[in-house]
Design a protein around this ligand. Sequence first.
Ligand code: PLP
Length: 405
Amino acid sequence: MRQVPDVHQAEPIPAAARDAIDALMQSGDLFRYTAPQDAPVALLESEFAAMIGTKYALAVSSCSAALFLTLKALGLPRDARVLIPAFTFAAVPSSVIHADCVPVLCEVGDNYRIDLDDFHAKLPGVDAVMISHMRGHTSDMDAIMASCDAAGIPVIEDAAHSLGTVWGGRNIGTIGRVGCFSFQSYKMINAGEGGILITDDADLVARAVIMSGAYEHNWKKHKGPFGQNDPELADAFARWQNRLPLYNLRMSNLSAAVIRPQLPELVRRVRDGLANHDHVAARLMTSPFIDVPAPLAPERRAPDSIQFNLVGLSTDQVQAFADAAAEMGVKVQVFGLSKDNARAFWNWQFLGDQPDLPQTRAMLMRACDVRLPVRLTRAELDVVADILLDAVASVTGSAPRAYGT
Ligand SMILES: *Cc1c(COP(=O)(O)O)cnc(C)c1O
């Protein structure tokens, strides 16, 4: 029996986190605003901003909270229309309705990226654009930014699952007006829960900081590129004092203590994740029934999972493939086939009636998703690839792969 790796088990958290947590346990200092300065959350914000290359970062309770705060901080009026891809996680349209805005769903191609024809058709009616780089697949940010800049429409990057991805030499999340990342356990940096918002816009970040729960003068503990008394930031805070609601979406010092020692691990995780992905992709592409869409030319990916399309298979065969792989120990999620899947737009019933999106629907019925945590060894990756190839061979009646070759 092949030893199938557990693809849901995370990497251990670096030991340095224990010391930081022990210190917090001793002091009881878990709230980010208790210390006058240099609380773990504040240090995380400075370190993250420096690492990714932005002026400001605001750590919050989740990426969804960061997306919601961004929409609020943009000052969008009630019922403003926000374009999002129709292939994303249900939390994304949820953040839009949470902000009293209206999501406009855009078609996604079979390479999991925004369909630019539908994007350009829908852009004239929208007030903001939120690009989900779903599963770390980057949409064409050059085309999107050119159109949005020309139309004066702000772009928010939902980079929840894209930390470490580079587009044309720039870090993903730094291309739009705001970038939002997640520290949920299935992302590149794991704190269980958590998120962070990055921007170069002092006024926008000041509004987001206050609304995240920096009541009274706690905003004084936030730093800009010129430290704790950044003049541009101080002016913006003075402008917004007492004028915004407090949604209390702060991050705890405990989460920051878990995240900070993982930042130096990112380069290695990205390198290993990409090598792992490309190894499995090359093996899967030996089957005529599997297509792994190529990255776009300016994109260097940071994957911790693999997505591929089954080509020329009926819906019954797609289901049989997923069942066969599961029987052999590898869980394949077919976004459109698993019941109540949160990434299938027709399950977002809280949005009310939506126009159909036939292209995205067709993609979701064929697109398979398999986790490939970056800690997997070459041998473990080969077990996963063998099982997927055997499963596709079994449902298509093609010759089974010979073992040991
Ligand atoms: C995980 C994820 C989210 C949600 O992040 P949370 O931190 O769990 O709120 C949003 N968008 C995408 C693309 C994601 O992968």
